[in-house]
Write a protein that binds this ligand. Structure first.
Ligand code: MLT
Length: 330
């Protein structure tokens, strides 16, 4: 083939490439020009879903394009987050996850992504307290009776979580460690469906977030035994904390944040971060989060830099806890 023919064959591709490079900045400046997928790495109806849909509603208004929530549950959120890590970094795939992003590296030795290098931080959203809850058929009337019953029945007691590395799993690990009893786990693709089964008495108990448990405790559909925070909860003031009930220092809550695949165009990253911060500053959104027991972060905690620093600190904090619990997902 002559040089002319090779060059002629090459020219259209080069022209196309140059054309794309010329309009790329304009495309980014007009971002977003179509709907954005928000991956929730847990089943619909759970705490992460509840927080995500609230934020998505506000960001849809701010960005002028639909934020479509897509649930991709399983394996403690690692299936959904792997999908996000591999997605095109064009600003049209984002994710909301939580403390599980910090625990996954310690629990999954062959995790298919790097929780720091494969994601761009968009910002933090809210911290959500957790509650020890049980089926209504349990005879235990309070946390002290529940712990006594658990110690008497040990592995006969069943508890649910949303996969190894989920917030429900981490909280249960800490609870079992604190009372020195191993319980039998029932794994779900999210604590939304787990809560439905708890109301149906399918298993004995779980540790789940107030975003979904508070209403069911108030409605008498499940029994609330304790909160996992240092202070009692405004949404459940009669619920004692584990700390005050003898498990001194017990404290865990599920912090939630937004990420995107690594390498976003700067304009997309800036617009996503600004839209998330608008949501967190919106009084109505803050009221609705607070009504679910969630504590929206302060604007200065919501920056991408603050999230990156928080994630690194949380990885360092939970790694020895998980090591001590001797738990590995694979
Ligand atoms: C968790 O335990 O990680 C969450 O509750 C999962 C979910 O939002 O379903």
């Amino acid at each position: 083939m002559t040089l002319r023919k090779i060059f002629a064959g090459f020219l259209p591709t080069a022209a196309a490439w140059l054309a794309v490079m010329a309009i790329a900045p304009a495309l980014a400046q007009n971002y977003p020009t179509r709907a954005i997928t928000l991956i929730v790495p847990a089943a619909a109806g759970g705490p992460t879903d509840a927080v995500s849909r609230l934020i998505a509603e506000s960001m849809t208004r701010t960005l002028g394009q639909q934020i479509i929530v897509e649930n991709a549950g399983g394996a403690g959120g690692t299936i959904g987050m792997a999908r996000v890590a591999k997605a095109t970094p064009d600003g049209y795939t984002i994710a909301v996850w939580h403390i599980g992003q910090a625990t996954a590296p310690s629990l999954y030795k062959d995790l298919r992504y790097n929780v720091i290098d494969d994601f761009d931080s968009i910002g933090r959203i809210a911290d959500v307290p957790m509650t020890i809850v049980g089926k209504t058929a349990l005879e235990a009337k309070n946390i002290k009776e529940l712990i006594a019953w658990i110690k008497a029945n040990k592995a006969a007691v069943t508890y649910a979580h949303a996969g190894i590395g989920s917030a429900a799993h981490l909280c249960a690990l800490m609870f079992m460690h604190a009372i020195n009893v191993q319980l039998t786990a029932v794994s779900y693709r999210g604590t939304g469906p787990a809560l439905t089964d708890l109301m149906g008495g399918q298993f004995d108990m779980m540790c789940d977030q107030t975003t979904t448990t508070a209403a069911q405790i108030k409605g008498g559909k499940i029994k609330g035994y304790a909160a996992t925070t240092k202070q009692r909860l405004a949404v459940l003031p009669d619920l004692p904390t584990l700390d005050e009930s003898g498990l001194k220092g017990f404290e865990v809550s599920a912090w939630h944040a937004m990420w995107a695949p690594k390498g976003l165009p700067p304009e997309a990253a800036q617009k996503l971060t600004a839209a998330l911060q608008t949501a967190i500053k919106d009084d109505k959104i803050r009221e609705r989060l607070a009504a679910l027991g969630a504590d929206p972060v302060k604007p200065e905690q919501a920056t991408p830099q603050a999230l990156s620093a928080h994630l690194k600190a949380e990885i360092a904090k939970w790694s020895p806890v998980i090591e001590a619990a001797g738990v590995k997902a694979n």
